[in-house]
Design a protein around this ligand. Structure first.
Ligand SMILES: NC(=O)c1ccc[n+]([C@@H]2O[C@H](COP(=O)([O-])OP(=O)(O)OC[C@H]3O[C@@H](n4cnc5c(N)ncnc54)[C@H](OP(=O)(O)O)[C@@H]3O)[C@@H](O)[C@H]2O)c1
Length: 297
C-alpha cells in the first residue's frame, strides 16, 4: 500500500478503546512513544468514522473493536443482529472508509474459523494456511468472522490478523485463555494454535510500519494443549493445582455453540519476523517465568 511514511510521521487511530486488545495497543503505543488516538465512532456509523479520520489525520488505522460476547461467544447466538452490526457492517464500513482515504487498516480478526479436518488432522503438524477457506461456522460469532474475512480479502488496504486464544502475562485477567481454563470446573484437552499478545502485539505495530497487508495467521508457531498449559501452571505458579478433563461431547452440554479447535500454519508470519518464539517457549518466557511463584528447581 503506497510508500511508507517516515518514522516520525506515524500516527495511529485505534478502535476498541474499552476493549482488551485495544487497551493493550494504546499502552504499547505510549511505551513506544508512537502518537495515537482512540476512535470515538461506532463502526457502523460511516460518517462518524470519516470525522475521526478527518480530525486525527492518522498514518494507519487499527481495528480492535468488535463483538466478542459476554460472558463468552454464546452471547452472539441470541444477539445475531448486534453481532452482524459490529462484526460485519461495522468492520466493512471501516475498511471501506480507510480504502477511500488511502489508509492501511490493521484488523484484529480471529483464527476460530477453522477446525481440524481430514486434510489437517489433529497432531499432524499440518496447519491451515492463510489462503485456506474457513471450514468452521459452528458458532454465529465464527460465521460472521469468516464472512467478513472473505469480503475483506477484496480490500487491498487491509491487514487481517487471525488471532487465536489470546494469552498475556496478566493471569488475573478473566479474558486470558490461561486464566479461563485454570478456573473452569472441567477442560477439554486439545492442541491448538494460540497468540501470546505480549510478544505479538508489538509485531502488529511493526506490521503497520511496514505497510503489510493481506491475511496473516497471527499465532506463535506450533500448538499447545490445555493440559500442557495447566502442567506449566502447576510447575510455575501453584504446585497444588489440579484439574479435571472432559471430552467434546460432555463439553457440548455446558456451552451453547460449538468451539473451534485447530492448528494454523504460522510460517508466513515467522518468515517476516523470524524471532517469534514457538508457542511453548513463548508461554514459558513471556508468561510463566515472569509470574513464577515456585522455587527454581
Ligand atoms: N479475546 C479473544 O478471545 C479474541 C480471540 C480472537 C480474536 N479476537 C478479536 O479481536 C478483537 C478485539 O477483541 P477483544 O478481546 O479486545 O474484545 P473486547 O475486549 O470485547 O473489546 C471489544 C471492543 O470493541 C468495541 N466495540 C464493540 N462493538 C463496537 C461497535 N459497533 N463500534 C465501535 N466499537 C465497538 C467495544 O467498545 P464498547 O464497550 O464501547 O462497545 C470494545 O472496546 C475482536 O474483533 C475479536 O473478535 C478476540
Amino acid at each position: 500500500m503506497g510508500s511508507s511514511p517516515s518514522p516520525d510521521s506515524f500516527k495511529f487511530l485505534i478502535y476498541g478503546k474499552t476493549g482488551w486488545i485495544g487497551g493493550l495497543l494504546g499502552k504499547l503505543c505510549e511505551a513506544q512513544q508512537i502518537p495515537f488516538v482512540y476512535g470515538s465512532a461506532r463502526l457502523e456509523n460511516r460518517a462518524a468514522i470519516e470525522s475521526d479520520i478527518a480530525s486525527s489525520k492518522p498514518s494507519h488505522v487499527f481495528n480492535a473493536a468488535g463483538v466478542t460476547g459476554r460472558p463468552n461467544v454464546d452471547w452472539c447466538e441470541s444477539h445475531k443482529v448486534e453481532t452482524i452490526r459490529a462484526n460485519v457492517v461495522g468492520t466493512l464500513s471501516l475498511a471501506d472508509v480507510c480504502r477511500e482515504k488511502g489508509l492501511v487498516l490493521v484488523n484484529f480478526a480471529t483464527g476460530c474459523i477453522f477446525e481440524y479436518d481430514e486434510g489437517h488432522p489433529l497432531g499432524s503438524g499440518i496447519g491451515f494456511k492463510e489462503e485456506d477457506k474457513p471450514n468452521f461456522i459452528g458458532s454465529f460469532y465464527s460465521k460472521t468472522k469468516a464472512m467478513v474475512e472473505d469480503l475483506l480479502s477484496n480490500y487491498e488496504n487491509v491487514c487481517t490478523l487471525r488471532v487465536r486464544m489470546p494469552i498475556t502475562a496478566d493471569l488475573s485477567n478473566p479474558r486470558n485463555f490461561i486464566t479461563k481454563i485454570a478456573r473452569y470446573e472441567k477442560v477439554v484437552n486439545i492442541p491448538n494454535s494460540m497468540t501470546i499478545l505480549d510478544e505479538l502485539l508489538p509485531v502488529s505495530i511493526e506490521m503497520a510500519k511496514r505497510n503489510l497487508t493481506g491475511v496473516w495467521n497471527f499465532t506463535n508457531p506450533g500448538v499447545v494443549s490445555h493440559n500442557e498449559i495447566l502442567e506449566m501452571y502447576k510447575e510455575y505458579i501453584d504446585p497444588t493445582f489440579t484439574w479435571k478433563n472432559f471430552n467434546l461431547e460432555e463439553q457440548a452440554k455446558v456451552i451453547v455453540a460449538p468451539r473451534s479447535n485447530n492448528e494454523l500454519d504460522a510460517t508466513k508470519l515467522s518468515r517476516e519476523f523470524p524471532s517469534i518464539l514457538p508457542i511453548k517457549e513463548s508461554l514459558i518466557e513471556n508468561v510463566f517465568k515472569p509470574n513464577r511463584k515456585t522455587p527454581v528447581a
